[in-house]
Write a protein that binds this ligand. Structure first.
Ligand code: ASP
Length: 353
């Protein structure tokens, strides 16, 4: 009897210790619940997303946006379409939704422009495409796909990318299409904070050394990873980048291996967060490499790479889906807009930690 109760207390201690460890690492400990077979996982950005700052109305709008995107992608997969089709269709819905920092509703650069980045990758062929710093393509994710499928290149930037998208028959819009009042106000706040800081403290070093600072510390990039009926993985990410970004700054999203990566042998990954740190940590490919070379599970590898970002001083999160449909959604911020759908169509949407 005594041995049994000793064993029981030891087991409890272990549970408590591992919970404390998870808290110490500031990584959500919900990974263990994602062993079901998921076919589509999405994110709508990670950051300081606190329930106390959210109105019921706003929360409902975010959830409705995520649900619409999940249903769109799920429908494509159910109809037997490829994971690439599902990823593109899902991200287009999120790009068209002004709540998210991608497509309409993208954040503003220091100069008051909307400059977007996007990437897509095919896990079966390791083909990839991306666009960076584009301002006139309504759906940058479709432009990324066109780069992958209709050119011999992987990455195109700025005006050249826009010219290519036009020739590929994609919808071109006036740059004012992307503008929303909320994002404009976000930029004004960031500009004010910048000038306050330089007045108050001359030694102040702007975040990322480029003045790239997300004033409300809330990101909002969108991403999707999918597994289709043929067993093929795909990943995509689309973003307006970070508020107040300068000098043609490009983030991690369009950089294959940093913010976006897919490989049928391992995993499909889409990241969100402070891009400079995700680039330096080569997060998406690192996650895949940990699985390929070290045999880590998607949960273990996801946790490890977000810890690495945290160690450098960065924050954010990611979604990862392995070839067996197991998902990991680690983040070291207060929240991450995220959603998943199983092969049976069961939808889960979460926002907070
Ligand atoms: N990762 C994006 C970037 O740095 C921002 C985000 O995820 O919201 O451009």
């Amino acid at each position: 009897m005594k041995t049994l109760s000793l064993l029981r207390s030891a087991a409890w201690m272990l549970v408590i210790c591992s919970n404390l460890q998870a808290r110490a690492n500031n990584i959500t400990a919900d990974d263990s619940t994602h062993q079901e077979k998921y076919v589509l996982v999405i994110h709508g950005g990670a950051g300081t997303i606190l329930k106390k700052n959210m109105t019921a109305q706003k929360e409902a709008a975010y959830k409705a946006g995520l649900e619409e995107a999940l249903k769109t992608g799920y429908k494509a997969l159910q109809a037997g379409k490829s994971s690439l089709d599902a990823v593109e269709a899902t991200i287009r819905v999120l790009e068209d939704n002004p709540l998210f920092n991608a497509g309409k509703g993208a954040v503003f650069t220091h100069d008051g422009r909307n400059e977007m980045d996007a990437a897509i990758m095919n896990g079966k062929t390791l083909e990839a495409g991306s666009v960076a710093g584009v301002s006139t393509i309504r759906n940058p994710i479709s432009a990324a796909r066109a780069v992958m499928e209709k050119s011999e290149h992987v990455m195109m930037a700025g005006r050249g990318a826009e010219q290519f998208a036009k020739e590929a028959g994609l919808e071109i819009v006036d740059p004012s299409y992307f503008r929303t009042q909320e994002r404009w106000e976000g930029l004004q706040k960031a500009l004010k904070a910048d000038s306050m800081k330089s007045k108050l403290d001359h030694s102040y070093q702007p975040a990322g050394k480029l003045g790239v600072e997300n004033i409300d510390n809330k990101f909002g990039t969108v991403g999707a990873v999918a597994l289709d009926k043929a067993g093929n993985l795909a990943a995509g990410t689309s973003t307006g980048g970070m508020t107040n970004k300068k000098y043609g700054r490009i983030g991690d999203a369009p950089i294959i291996g940093a913010g976006t990566y897919a490989n049928n042998n391992t995993v499909a990954v889409s990241c969100t967060g402070w891009g400079e740190f995700f680039i330096r940590s080569v997060v998406a490919y690192d996650l895949s490499a940990l699985m390929a070379y070290k045999g880590l599970t998607v949960q273990q590898a996801g946790k490890a790479v977000i810890e690495k970002v945290g160690t450098l001083g960065g924050n954010g999160g990611l979604i990862a889906l392995d070839k067996n449909g197991h998902a990991a959604l680690p983040f070291n911020t207060e929240g991450m807009y995220r959603g998943m759908v199983t092969a049976e169509g069961k939808i889960t949407i979460e926002i907070y930690k």
